[in-house]
Design a protein. Structure first.
Length: 250
């Protein structure tokens, strides 16, 4: 009996059937890569948080497959936008439907922040763990890297529940060593817990949670051994333009 095709090859064949692009081009789109979500999963596993790592990898696989369908639609748009717009629209709609089917199969909606919310759940689990270690810089850096450099986007994500309830209030009683990186990791975790409970009422709350997420990234950067908000120009702008005070040292 023939061996089962790797998932990348299966997906490439599906995309080829919808787009009529060459198989090698489709396969190139489907090649696995290690993004920030996968790196966080690896560090979670190394820290003993196996269930959280497995869950995050599953979320990443779904998100990657859906994103690949949108990439395929974009390829057709780039190739035929000026010569065969009907084909572009027909194929892009089919790719969008395929992406939605991938997300819906596991309970995600393309128009929600639920998949990103579950990644932030994983980052939260990493930060308290880093706060228990004499040197949790690698784990804290992996958590930091999944946060977008857009405080208002982070505001929406952190206040989204994902597919099931998630409890951030475990941050309240965090303890650990007095090493500066561990202290900073615990501060970041406590800030995430505060941001998560800001209600969805309007712009005031939107910016309130965004400011707290800047605080999260500030402390997570300290926990990772980086300068505050290093490599995050948009969060630096948010701190300067929208926050009346500096980062609280809670």
């Amino acid at each position: 009996m023939p061996k089962q095709q790797p998932r990348a090859a299966q997906l490439a064949r599906q995309i080829q059937a919808v787009t009529a692009l060459p198989y090698t081009r489709c396969l190139k789109m489907c090649e696995p890569f290690e993004g920030s979500w996968v790196r966080l999963a690896r560090e979670l596993r190394a820290a003993g948080l196996i269930e959280a790592a497995d869950h995050l990898l599953a979320v990443d696989a779904v998100n990657t497959e859906a994103s690949t369908w949108f990439t395929a639609g974009g390829e057709i748009e780039g190739l035929f936008y000026y010569t065969d717009n009907k084909r572009v629209q027909r194929t892009y709609d089919a790719c969008s439907d395929a992406a939605d089917a991938v997300l819906n199969r596991v309970g995600f909606d393309r128009l929600s922040w639920d998949s990103d919310a579950e990644v932030y759940h994983a980052a939260f689990l990493a930060l308290p763990k880093a706060g228990t270690l004499p040197d949790g810089r690698t784990l804290a850096r992996a958590a930091l890297d999944v946060f977008a450099d857009d405080a208002t986007w982070c505001s929406d994500v952190i206040r989204s529940r994902g597919r099931a309830p998630f409890t951030y209030d475990t941050a309240a009683g965090l303890t650990g060593p007095g090493a500066p990186t561990a202290v900073a990791a615990r501060k970041a975790a406590r800030a995430m817990a505060r941001a998560a409970v800001v209600p969805f009422n309007g712009d005031e709350e939107w910016y309130e949670a965004a400011g707290i997420m800047v605080e999260v990234m500030w402390h997570a950067g300290e926990a990772a051994g980086l300068s505050p908000l290093e490599g995050r120009p948009n969060c630096q702008d948010h701190l300067r333009d929208f926050m009346d005070v500096g980062i609280p040292q809670r």
